[in-house]
Design a protein around this ligand. Structure first.
Ligand code: UDP
Ligand code: MG
Length: 316
């Protein structure tokens, strides 16, 4: 039997773009069902992430127009990662495969055909990888690429140029549900589940309408979350750095002692001040890194719910 597909689409203040992209998703589902690759009762599931505009009203209207559109609403804005997770967890028990994709039309919907083909060939996870970023501004391209490289150096293993456009089978999602962490970084967590996977490349287009919700500040936040939730390499780097500084200090001490014994000691105020400033700066940075991990532990121990669904477009 053909697998039942749920397309999971997080939406935050997307009233400008949703009426344009929603029919594109529906058309894709219908085309895939017509070709027999997926079953006819597949769905386009929108996850409203506590939008402040008319996004939820639009989703409700769509669900009345066509039974293939359904939607869930988060009780408040919790961020992209939590919205995707809410959709995936909602879908895992009622479908065979999910494809998560942004609602702004930036990710090529046609790559879904190849993703479903890969699933039918036996892959349980299929990553959508951006082949080019020509349509992104230089700044976005540069920051995004530095992001992936920095993550790799810091020990967070992610698929290069893969964001949150991916196919995951219900089988993998059921295992993924056991990853209880509150600090979510889906693109780093999904590879940890294992199972056979592959990638499909597509070219990334410009946002059809509306504005990006990922300015530099949020990208840095996501990078920090990604690193601290996947790896303890920064803590190890602190250790290495501490050893290097300790070694240099040791040499400095011997030098100071020898100069003093030879009676050639200079007043040395400037060098002393520089060393003190440098070392205290480094110590504060190290404390900050350790603090970031402690903050993460604090949030994890609270075990707060990762998403709260307040409304659904269907009766339960
Ligand atoms: N999004 C969300 N919650 C948020 C911010 C964004 O659900 O708090 C959704 C947004 O509607 C979009 C996707 O996440 O579908 C990606 O956001 P965006 O296109 O702004 O990011 P970019 O593509 O610029 O990185
Ligand atoms: Mg986008």
């Amino acid at each position: 039997m053909a697998p039942k597909l749920y397309i999971i689409i997080p939406c935050y203040n997307e009233e400008a773009v949703l009426p344009i992209t929603a029919p594109m998703f529906l058309e894709k589902i219908n085309a895939l069902a017509a070709s027999g690759k997926i079953s006819g009762d597949s769905r386009v599931m929108f996850v409203n992430d506590g939008s402040r505009d008319r996004t939820w009203e639009i989703i409700e209207q769509l669900s009345k127009q066509d039974e293939h559109y359904i939607g869930i609403c988060q009780s408040r804005n919790r961020g992209h990662q939590n919205a995707v997770l809410a959709g995936l967890m909602e879908a895992k028990d009622v479908c065979d495969i999910t494809i998560s994709i942004d609602c702004d039309g930036q990710d090529d919907i046609n790559a879904m055909d190849e993703m479903v083909d890969a699933y039918l060939d036996g892959c349980e996870v299929v990553y959508g990888v951006r082949s080019s970023r020509e349509t992104d501004t230089f700044f976005k391209r540069f920051t995004a690429q530095s992001f992936y490289k920095f993550l790799a150096v810091m020990g967070a293993d992610v698929v290069y140029n893969h964001a949150d456009y991916r196919l995951i089978s219900a089988k993998v999602l059921k295992e993924f549900a056991n990853f209880k962490e509150v600090n979510l970084f889906l693109r780093g967590m999904v590879p940890l589940v294992g199972f056979k996977s592959t990638s499909v490349s597509y070219s990334r287009a410009e946002r059809i309408a509306g504005e990006s919700h990922y300015p530099l500040k949020k990208m840095i936040g996501l990078a920090v979350d990604g690193i601290t939730s996947l790896s303890v390499k920064p803590l190890q780097l602190i250790m290495t750095f501490g050893l290097v500084v300790a070694f240099i200090s040791f040499i400095g001490c011997i030098w100071a002692l020898v100069t003093a014994l030879c009676g050639r000691a200079v007043s040395g105020w400037a060098s002393m001040t520089c060393i003190i400033c440098f070392v205290s700066g480094v110590q504060l940075i190290c404390l900050g890194i350790i603090g970031e991990y402690i903050g993460k532990i604090y949030m994890e121990t609270k075990q707060r719910p990762r998403y709260i669904i307040s409304k659904r477009t269907w009766e339960e």
